[in-house]
Design a binder for this molecule. Structure first.
Ligand SMILES: NC(=O)c1ccc[n+]([C@@H]2O[C@H](COP(=O)([O-])OP(=O)(O)OC[C@H]3O[C@@H](n4cnc5c(N)ncnc54)[C@H](O)[C@@H]3O)[C@@H](O)[C@H]2O)c1
Length: 269
């Protein structure tokens, strides 16, 4: 059991008993924390990822309520098979968290078509088709639902050197607004979070990528970021999971089409 699960958190846990939830990107970082927190809140979790062994480790924390499900979000047939499994098992779907994503540090003049397609296909196209498939089942079940997308502060303001990633996350914010408007008639709410730098394996890779680009003596990317963060620390996976939990419970019943910044005060819009 890892530290995140052992932690004795004093915050009240919302009640999601009876809810069926799918979390993509659940093998690591924010997705793993969110999957476990939703399970602790009583939901039945399908932890979806292409890294199925790591996903099984996520589920080992609360095996009675969590099942790993292999899925590559860039493949429509893979999405269909995974979500069919959930439907056949439970005949309902209440919550979808779109967390699967990849970072890419490639300046405009260096990015290749293959890298551009990889990033957009996972972060934006994948998120769209998982949502479309999930929404079909939510509509079929007739109980409404909640979708929460993981965007990024980079979707608010593009980071230098990561144009494709930033554009994909701006796209997630736009898609959140559009999906929310179209799906409201079915009582499906769609919201997003926009985290700043989160202490996960992805952030470790970002630091390495930026480090290679810095002149000797320049502040590290982490130091620059902390200087712009009023709350003075990096985001933790549990900060994101708390915001996501709020957005998928009835505590946020009248909130849709919004993107909540989870960034310690870095951005205001
Ligand atoms: N870490 C940060 O600083 C940060 C900041 C803002 C937003 N985000 C976003 O949060 C989300 C989660 O990031 P994280 O930091 O937990 O990263 P992470 O690398 O720890 O986890 C990402 C997960 O997505 C999965 N994944 C990638 N491609 C996939 C595919 N095609 N199909 C299925 N699963 C796939 C990976 O296997 C991995 O388990 C991402 O969308 C990321 O862009 C991260």
């Amino acid at each position: 059991m890892d530290e995140a699960l052992q932690e004795n958190r004093s915050k009240p846990i919302p009640d999601l008993s009876g809810k069926i939830a799918i979390i993509t990107g659940a093998a690591s970082g924010i997705g793993r924390q969110t999957a476990r927190d939703l399970a602790k809140a009583g939901a039945t979790i399908f932890a979806v990822d292409r890294a199925i062994e790591a996903c099984a480790q996520t589920c080992a924390a609360l095996p009675d309520r969590m099942s790993p499900l292999a899925c590559d979000v860039t493949s429509l047939s893979s999405i269909q098979v995974a979500l069919d499994t959930v439907w056949k098992d439970h005949g309902r779907l209440d919550i979808l968290i779109n967390c699967a994503g990849v970072y890419s540090m490639q300046p405009i003049m260096a990015i290749t078509e293959a890298e551009y397609d990889r990033v957009l296909s996972i972060n934006l196209k994948g998120l769209f088709f998982v949502s479309q498939t999930a929404a079909r089942y939510m509509i079929k079940a007739g109980r409404g639902g909640a979708i929460v997308n993981v965007a990024s502060a980079a979707g608010r303001r593009p980071s230098i050197g990561s144009l494709a990633y930033s554009a994909s996350k701006a796209g997630v914010i736009s898609m959140t607004q559009g999906m929310a408007q179209e799906l409201a008639i079915h009582s499906i709410r769609v919201n997003a979070i926009a985290p700043g730098a989160v202490e996960t394996p992805m952030w470790d890779a970002v630091k390495v990528a930026y480090g290679q680009d810095r002149a000797a003596g320049a502040p590290t990317v982490e130091a620059s970021l902390l200087a712009e963060t009023p709350l003075g620390r990096l985001c933790r996976p549990e900060d994101c999971a708390d915001a996501i939990l709020y957005l998928c419970t009835d505590q946020s019943a009248f909130i849709t089409a919004q993107t909540l910044n989870v960034d310690g005060g870095m951005y205001f819009n």
